[in-house]
Design a protein around this ligand. Sequence first.
Ligand code: MGD
Ligand code: MGD
Ligand code: SF4
Ligand code: MO
Length: 675
Amino acid sequence: MADQNVVHGVCPHDCYDTCGLDLYTDGERITRIAGDAGHPLTRGFLCLKVNRYMERLYHPDRVLYPLRRSGPKGSGAYVRVSWHEAMAEIAERLRAILQEYGGEAVLPYSFAGNMGTLAGGALDARFFQAIGATQLDRTICTASGNAALRWVFGTCLGPDPETIPQTRFVLLWGANPMATNIHQVPLLEEARKAGARIWTIDPLRTDTAARYDRHLRPRPGTDLPLALGLGRRLLETGSFDRAFVEEHAEGFATYRPIAEPWTLEKTAEATGIPEEDIAELAEHLGTVRPLLLRVGYGVQRQRRSAAVVWAISALSILTGAWRDVGGGLLLSNGDAFPLRSLSESSSGARTVNMVQLGQALLDLRDPPVKALIVYNANPAATAPDQSQVLAGLAREDLFTVVHEQMPTDTTKFADFILPAAMAMEVWDLHTSYWHRYVQLSRPAAPPPGEAVSNAEFFRRMARALDLTEPGLYDDDLSLIRQALATDDPALAGITLETLAEAPVQKLRIPAATRPFVDTRIKTPGGRLRLTPPPGTAPEAWDVGPLRAAQEFHLLTPSTRETIKSSFGNVASLRRGHPEPELLMAEEDMQRLGVGSGEMVRVYNHRGSLSLKVVPSPVPQPGTVVSYAVRWNHESGGRNVNQLTSAELADFGGGATFYTTRVTVHRDDDPRPAYT
Ligand SMILES: Nc1nc2c(c(=O)[nH]1)N[C@H]1C(S)=C(S)[C@@H](COP(=O)(O)OP(=O)(O)OC[C@H]3O[C@@H](n4cnc5c(=O)[nH]c(N)nc54)[C@H](O)[C@@H]3O)O[C@H]1N2
Ligand SMILES: Nc1nc2c(c(=O)[nH]1)N[C@H]1C(S)=C(S)[C@@H](COP(=O)(O)OP(=O)(O)OC[C@H]3O[C@@H](n4cnc5c(=O)[nH]c(N)nc54)[C@H](O)[C@@H]3O)O[C@H]1N2
Ligand code: SF4
Ligand SMILES: [Mo]
C-alpha cells in the first residue's frame, strides 16, 4: 500500500465554521477525514455530520457518470452516457433554445452547496454572462439580513469571533450554535469561565437555549417589538451611550418615535415575554461591557426580516457596544474578505429571485424559461412553495441539466445529470461568513468515476457551445491567483504561493480592530444608520394572532444531523429520526387528542403533508417544529416546503420560511382541507 499523506482541505458546506480538514490519502482514495488541529478557531474537531463524511464521500449512490433521462420526468429512470454524448446533446438543445428564445430563456439555479470561491461565482458566472442568461438573485438564505446590515453599517462585518472570550454579556438572538456553529461553543465557554453571562432569545427551547444562563422565549415573529421595546427602555432609563450615538450615528430623531410606543407592557403583550424579563435584559444591555449581540440568520426568515435586523442593530448603536474589543453585533463577517470578484457584477439580463423559482418556471414569459441549469443546490427539496416548484420542474418542455454528487429530489427532474466532484477532490479557496481565515483546499485524491469540479463542468459547457471568451477556460490555479490579486492590505502576503506553504492564513486585520470605531463607516453619510431600511414599515408591525384552535406557527430550522438537504442519504445520521417528524408541546397534543407517534395532517392553502408527531419541550404551545430539510421521497415526494411561502421579506428580497401558519389535524379526521 502506498504511504499515507495528509493534505489540507476545507469543509465546503454552508456553515459558519468553515473548518480546516486533514485529508488522509493513499493518492488514489481518501482514507480518513479529520479536523485540522492547526486551525486556530476550528481546533481539530468536527461536527456530527462531517465526522461521518466517509459515508458521504464514497456513498454507493454517488453519481459517477453522466446520465440521460430514459423515462418520464420525475420517474428517476436514467441511462449512462459518455461525457462526449451528453455535452453534444446539451449543446444542441441549448443552441436551439438560445436561437429561438434568446439567452434569458436559460436560468441558472445554485446556492451554497459548496462555498468555495471556484465552486460558485467563478466560471459558472462567466458562462451564464457569456450566453446572456437570466440572472439569479441568490436570496434564499441571508439576503434580507445582509441587506439590513449593509444599510445600517455599510457592510457585513462584525467583531472577530476570536475576541468572544473577552466578552462579558452575550445575547444569542435567533441563533442556535449548538447545531449550526459548534466551534463557537468553546469560545462562549471561555467567556463564561471569565465571568460572562449568556442569554438566548429564541421561540424554541433549543439545546443552545437550554445550555446557557437565561432563555427568553418570544412568540415567533415578534422580534421587532422586542428590539424596539428594549430600545425604548434604554432611552427611558437613560442607559444609552449618547456620546457614541452623536459621534457615529445618524437618524436618532427618526428612531425615537418608532420605538416610543413600545412600552414594557405593550412589548410583553406582543412577545409573550414577561415585563420584568424585558426590563432585566435592558438593564444588562445598558450596563455590562463588553456586550456582544450574536444574531443568527433565524431572525431574518420572516416577513419583517430587515426591520428586525435593523432594530437589533440599533441596540448595538444605542449601547455603544462597538466601543469595546469583543463587543458589537455579529451576524456576518462575509464582507471582511476583500477577494477580487471573478465575474462582472451584472450582465444587464433580467433577474429572477430564487425564492420564486416555482413562479419563474410556471409563469415567466418573453421569454419563458426553457432551460434550467442546477448546481450546488437541491431546489425540489429546499425552495419554498414546493408544489409550484415541482410543477415547474415537471414541465416536459423544460430542459433541465443538474450537476450533482448524489441522486437528489432535483436530479429526478433532470434531462441530464452530470457527476460532480467533492470538495476534497479539487482545488479551491475558502473564506468564511463567521471567522477571518482564508484557506486553500487541495485535492487529496482524484474524483471517482467521471466526476468533475464545478469549474471544469462550466469549461466543458463553454467548449460545447464553442464560446470564445478566453476567461471561460481559465484553470483552477489561475482563478485562485485572480481572486487574491488585490492590493488590499487585509490580504497582504496572502498568495497562492504562501497558501501552498501555510494553507490557513488570517486576514491582516488585528483582532483588536473595532469595526466602525477604528475603521471607516462605509454608508453614504459615513455614519451608522438608525433610520430603518427604505420600504420597511416597523411602525406598522403585526404578525396577527393564531385564528383557530388547530392553527399553529410552523418553524423549520436547522438540526445537527444535516445541513439543509445535504446529508439526506447518510444512513447513520438518519438512524435516530428515520421519518420526518412534527415536534409538538404535550399540552397541544392533549388538546388535539393526538398521541406520540401518531400521524397528523399538516396543511395550509399552499399544500399538505403527513408527519409523525413527537412530544417535545422544544416548541411552546401554539408552535410546531419540523427540522429542515428532509428529502421529498421520504414522504411521498414532498416535504415541509409544501407549506412555506415564496413571499419575499420586507427588504433585500429574502425568504420568509419562518412566517408559516398551518392547520394540524389527526390523519383520520374527516374534516375537509383548508379553504
Ligand atoms: N447542523 C447544521 N448546521 C447548519 C445548517 C444546518 O441545516 N444544520 N444550516 C446552515 C445554513 S444554510 C445556515 S443559513 C445557518 C443558519 O444557522 P442559524 O443562524 O443558527 O439560523 P437558523 O438555524 O435558521 O435558526 C436559528 C434559530 O432561530 C430561531 N428562530 C426561528 N424563528 C425565530 C423568530 O421569529 N425569532 C427568533 N428570535 N428566533 C427565531 C430558530 O428556532 C433557531 O433555533 O446554519 C448553517 N449551519
Ligand atoms: N423549510 C425550510 N427550507 C429551507 C430553510 C429552512 O430553514 N427551512 N433554509 C434555507 C436555507 S438557509 C438555505 S441556505 C437553503 C439551502 O438549500 P440548497 O441550496 O438546495 O442546499 P442543500 O440542500 O444543502 O443542497 C446542496 C446540494 O449541492 C450539492 N453539492 C455539494 N457540493 C457540490 C459541488 O461541489 N458541486 C455541485 N455541483 N453540487 C454540489 C449537494 O450534493 C446538495 O445536493 O435551504 C433553504 N430552505
Ligand atoms: S459542517 Fe460546519 S462544523 Fe461541520 S465540519 Fe463543516 S464547517 Fe465544520
Ligand atoms: Mo442558509
